[in-house]
Design a protein around this ligand. Structure first.
Ligand SMILES: [Zn+2]
Length: 259
């Protein structure tokens, strides 16, 4: 079964843009992908008890990761005082883009393993790394206003999520996370952490965390359903089906979701 983010076509114009506008990242992401690919092969191997190797920290991965944060700050795609989740999210978008240019799937799978499955461990490693970087790098705490770069690295998901019986989906993309791949959290913010712990079908388009405020539970009554438009928040009424296709009467936005 292919991973949900896997289908892709190489885009030469985007690659040229990436290399020209993000020179530090272009240099660093190659080493990061090499280290992640080696790490993936090492975790695939089981020990004599049939257990996976766990987080491998001795093959240059953490050094490559550290250099990647430096490159991201130097190319000004993130502010020095951004939080851990934002750093990881920006890196995820970059890795997905780099993968779309024809680079290693194994590297993306290690990304999934490290940042989704072992999120609680990885966020502490990242937190320590970026805390040290703030002392060293002066990027004026600004991000690039270059429209082409902002379009290239645009978010891979919306903030309009719906809850269905089987899981949580994005109204504006095909991202859907099964209940078994989610962990409910209350602190520091109520919501769901995406771990892919059951399916291991990492979807690098998905965030690490979905805020509960961004998840709509559909209102169902007497064979009807009321759900809100992801574009203009208009409440839309329809017949209750397991699979819904809705068109907003106010702004004509169409979307699909399951109940
Ligand atoms: Zn609308």
């Amino acid at each position: 079964m292919p991973y949900p983010f896997e289908t892709t076509s190489p885009r030469q114009a985007e690659l040229n843009l990436f290399k020209t506008k993000l020179p530090h990242i272009t240099a660093s992401i190659q080493e990061l992908f090499r280290a992640m690919s080696v790490s993936y092969r090492s975790i695939e191997q089981k020990d004599i008890f049939g257990k996976y190797g766990g987080l491998r920290r001795d093959n240059g991965f953490e050094t490559a990761l550290n250099l990647m944060w430096v490159a991201m700050l130097n190319d000004q795609i993130i502010q020095t005082d951004a939080d851990v989740l934002t750093f990881i999210s920006k890196l995820r978008v970059l890795c997905l883009k780099w993968y779309q240019f024809g680079n290693s799937l194994d590297s993306c799978l290690f990304f999934g393993y490290f940042f989704y499955l072992f999120y609680n461990q990885s966020k502490f490693i990242v937190r320590d790394q970026i805390r040290d970087l703030k002392m060293l790098i002066d990027n004026d705490n600004t991000v690039t206003q270059d429209n082409a770069i902002q379009a290239l690295l645009k978010p891979t998901h919306s903030t309009s999520w719906y809850q269905s019986e089987l899981g949580i989906g994005d109204k504006l993309t095909s991202i859907f996370i099964s209940n078994v791949d989610l962990v409910k959290v209350e602190l520091p913010l109520p919501g769901y952490q995406i771990t892919f712990q059951h399916s291991l079908q990492y979807d690098l388009r998905a965030p690490n965390f979905i805020n509960r405020e961004h998840i709509e539970v559909p209102f169902k009554k007497d064979g009807k359903v009321i759900i809100s438009c992801p574009s203009c928040a208009q409440r839309c009424r329809g017949k209750l089906f397991t699979h819904l296709e809705m068109t907003c009467p106010k702004c004509s936005q169409t979307w699909v979701q399951t109940i």
